[in-house]
Design a protein around this ligand. Structure first.
Ligand SMILES: Cc1cc2nc3c(=O)[nH]c(=O)nc-3n(C[C@H](O)[C@H](O)[C@H](O)COP(=O)(O)OP(=O)(O)OC[C@H]3O[C@@H](n4cnc5c(N)ncnc54)[C@H](O)[C@@H]3O)c2cc1C
Length: 441
């Protein structure tokens, strides 16, 4: 590395903070900015408003044991991982007999995905090359079109709709390539162990930020980037106005939706700009409901359910915490996001709670909190998903450095897109790129 390069990191979510942490260890001087008044981005623990010192996650919640970068970072930061949701996810929704029912057991998912195995095999032959014509053919078809073409029953369609709590996209909006990619790499096929950070997932971010030699500059927005062969001059805006920040390299660790608003001079190459401009972000509304008692807990039944209902997926949001009361966490993804907002507007949190009677006899609703990620000005959705309009050749370009500008963030990850793990790995990758680029002075 050349004499202490200065790297500017825009975005203090897990991607930006992981990049800053890696570069600091390597001896670089790092400036981190974030538009919000807090670090963590889409990792946000909600503590206010709940009684009995309880809390729950407004953003990223579940840490599957396969999320190795999250698991090891948690250990590095001396955070405790608590096992949760030991009985996995069940399903509540339209069953084969045309009636709503509760289904449990993991065999149901295997059966659901079985018809796809021929396509999955074909997809595997691509070895992840999304520029292949085969990839393009898969990408153009939506999951709904595939299900119609193959004569799937209403019950099967309902099960696929329930996956909007995971992909944040309904079958009509999700490209087949996204589903096949998921099935080919993991497809809920891990060891089934899931964790949360004791005390709140946001500590992953706050502890990384606290360990940096320089404080993160909050409420500071990246507006414009001029770049040359030897560095960048960024225009950032804070409460006192616009300022120029010079750096040897820039890591843009912001969602693609926010990158679109930044002016690059000279501009990004057209195909890269198009990929960033056309990437979709899924609708996501999180509702946290604190009840006087955990009426949903029953021996031998999961504490988590996917569903095709407007209330979305629902699970125990704080089983690791003490107290008689407990918090149910609802995630309405894709089109359910707006449907749930409509219920909230008309009937309030109590109306949402009423719709959960299938989980057991309700106890009193004590507190509630709603996070509408679609309305969040710094992301405008939950996380990225690939729709049939997205040109799969653009996927690589989301992460491609341009001059001294490197890109990080959940959406740039190939294996872990949509996860905390993807954000952390992408930040480390971008840090390595910035290091190499600045060593070339
Ligand atoms: C509702 C929900 C549920 C989720 N559930 C899970 C889960 O259970 N498990 C899991 O692993 N993952 C989950 N995720 C995904 C996970 O939260 C993300 O993948 C990850 O946190 C993204 O990190 P990031 O650093 O890429 O982006 P972000 O966290 O969005 O960080 C980007 C930062 O950039 C800042 N920024 C934006 N524009 C500018 C600008 N112009 N200038 C300066 N700063 C700017 C933002 O303020 C933000 O802090 C969930 C996400 C959501 C929304």
């Amino acid at each position: 590395m050349s004499a202490r390069p200065h790297i500017l990191v825009a975005g203090a979510g897990l991607a930006g903070l992981a990049a800053a942490r890696a570069l600091t260890v390597e001896g670089a001087r790092v400036t981190v900015i974030d538009a919000r008044e807090r670090v963590g981005g889409r990792v946000w623990t909600i503590r206010e408003g709940f009684t009995g010192g309880q809390h729950a996650e407004g953003g990223a919640d579940l840490i599957e044991s396969e999320q190795a970068a999250v698991m090891s970072l948690a250990r590095e930061l001396k955070l405790t991982l608590v096992p949760i949701l030991k009985d996995g996810f069940g399903f509540y929704g339209m069953g084969a007999k045309g009636r709503r029912s509760v289904e449990t057991g993991s065999r149901q998912l295997g059966r659901l995905f079985a018809p796809f195995w021929r396509e999955v095999e074909q997809y595997r032959r691509l070895e992840g090359r999304w520029h292949s014509p085969i990839a393009q053919a898969f990408a153009r078809e939506s999951v709904a079109e595939y299900l119609t073409r193959t004569g799937a029953s209403a019950a099967v369609v309902a099960r696929f709709r329930s996956l909007r709590g995971f992909f944040l996209a309904d079958p009509e909006d999700l490209s087949m390539i996204a589903l096949l990619d998921f099935l080919a790499t993991d497809g809920f096929g891990g060891d089934g162990r899931t964790f949360r950070i004791r005390g709140g997932n946001d500590q992953l971010a706050t502890r990384m930020a606290d360990a940096l030699p320089t404080r993160v500059r909050l409420r500071t927005v990246l507006r414009r980037v001029e770049h040359r062969d030897d560095g960048v001059i960024a225009t950032v805006e804070d409460r006192s106005g616009h300022h120029a920040v010079s750096a040897d390299a820039l890591i843009v660790a912001m969602p693609a939706t926010a990158v679109r608003d930044v002016v690059f001079a000279p501009g990004l190459p057209d195909p890269q700009r198009d990929a960033i401009a056309t990437l979709k972000y899924g609708g996501a509304t999180r509702v946290l409901l604190q009840f006087q008692s955990r009426f949903w807990v029953r021996r031998g039944r999961p504490r988590a359910f996917g569903s095709d209902l407007s209330t979305g997926a629902v699970w125990d949001g704080n089983e690791q915490q003490r107290g008689r009361g407990g918090i149910l966490s609802l995630l309405a993804g894709g089109r359910a996001s707006d449907e749930l907002v409509m219920i909230l507007n008309m009937e309030g949190a109590a109306g949402v709670a009423e719709r959960l009677r299938w989980m057991g006899p309700l106890s009193a609703l004590v507190a509630s909190h709603v996070v509408r990620w679609n309305d969040d000005p710094w992301v405008g959705g939950g996380y990225a998903y690939f729709d049939p309009e997205f040109d799969p050749r653009g996927r690589d370009l989301l992460a491609r450095p341009f001059g001294r500008i490197c890109f990080a963030g959940e959406h740039t990850s190939v294996r872990w897109q949509g996860y905390m793990n993807g954000a952390i790995e992408s930040g480390r990758r971008a840090a390595a790129e910035a290091r190499l680029l600045t060593a070339m002075v």
